[in-house]
Design a protein around this ligand. Sequence first.
Ligand SMILES: *Cc1c(COP(=O)(O)O)cnc(C)c1O
Length: 393
Amino acid sequence: MKKKGYFGDFGGRYSPEVLIPALEELEAAYKKLRKSKKFRKELSRLLRNYAGRPSPLTYAPRLTQSWGGAQIYLKREDLNHTGSHKINNALGQALVARAMQKKRLIAETGAGQHGVATATVAARFGFSCTVYMGKEDVRRQALNVFRMRLLGAEVIPVESGTGTLKDATNEAMRDWARTVGDTHYVIGSVIGPHPFPAMVRDFQVIIGHESRKQIKKASGLLPAAVVACVGGGSNAIGIFHGFLKDKKVDLYGVEAGGRGDEPGENAATITFGEIGYFHGARSLFIQKEGGQIRDVHSISAGLDYPGIGPEHAYLASSGRVRYIRARDQEALESFVELARLEGILPALESAHALAAARTLARQYSSARSLIVCLSGRGDKDVAEVERLLGDTV
Ligand SMILES: *Cc1c(COP(=O)(O)O)cnc(C)c1O
């Protein structure tokens, strides 16, 4: 029997008792809303007229020529309002929060894109908004911090741990435990306790549904492969769901290979993680002996997380999706390559998907296509890339 809130052996709801009533309230509210025509209509209108969907599927002729192999298409989530796929989920959860009559939204953020998306919908719907962000990410993503403040959100730098996404998530959960009465916690990826992984997935599958239609229209066929970067896993789960049932479409999730394979040098959870319980779910986590969560590293703040959404842990165990790695240096090279060959600055997260796709493309014939999910734009990363590459570009 399928256990509620589980994907195979992964998922569930392992939360402090104070949060259980809020999770149950959220589950009931969302269950009702997802069947409501009015809700679905309002959300699709916002996605179209506010977020700018559908996002284009762009053919990349110079990248195709340079890589040799499959025809390369880019799913342009970078062109959404606020610059990434995060707005799809933030809009959905804002409508759910409004239906629950919450007054305040909180969020965790790594690269700042989810914080910006949440601050944006808070402004649009009149919620007050607090965003937790690790102090290291506040430094790496200064532009997004000021964007959030401009949008009226309070940004709280988190000093604990490594000052990255894990620590920001801890603080957001602590806030929620104190404020559940009037506050909704907008989790930004397919992580956390049930119903978050399923609900966030539902708000992101639009990426896959659009891509499937668009590639069939552009090439007459399904793609040979789909490639997406994986932090918590929301852009990847969104695009994969358009093709999961098409057994002949190869699906690749790309994890942060960081500086190398040693513990602490990467954030490749599927490769190096073990089963554990953290941030409300049973999933894979990078841990030390004894189960303590280990500090991880990625050049990209949005992939710098020691866990993975439970549905990805399941898709890895079933073998339907293959999970591979791209290192910091490769992502940097792909960042510059996309700029030079196609005139597009990708987010450093998305540059991991490009770096892996570069190698994969050669495994397929030029009669076939390969889609890379361009989860966000790189404007937020320009200062950090300048610091790292300086005069070498
Ligand atoms: C947040 C973010 C990611 C990583 O999150 P997922 O939930 O794995 O998608 C990837 N790309 C961009 C641009 C992001 O903002």
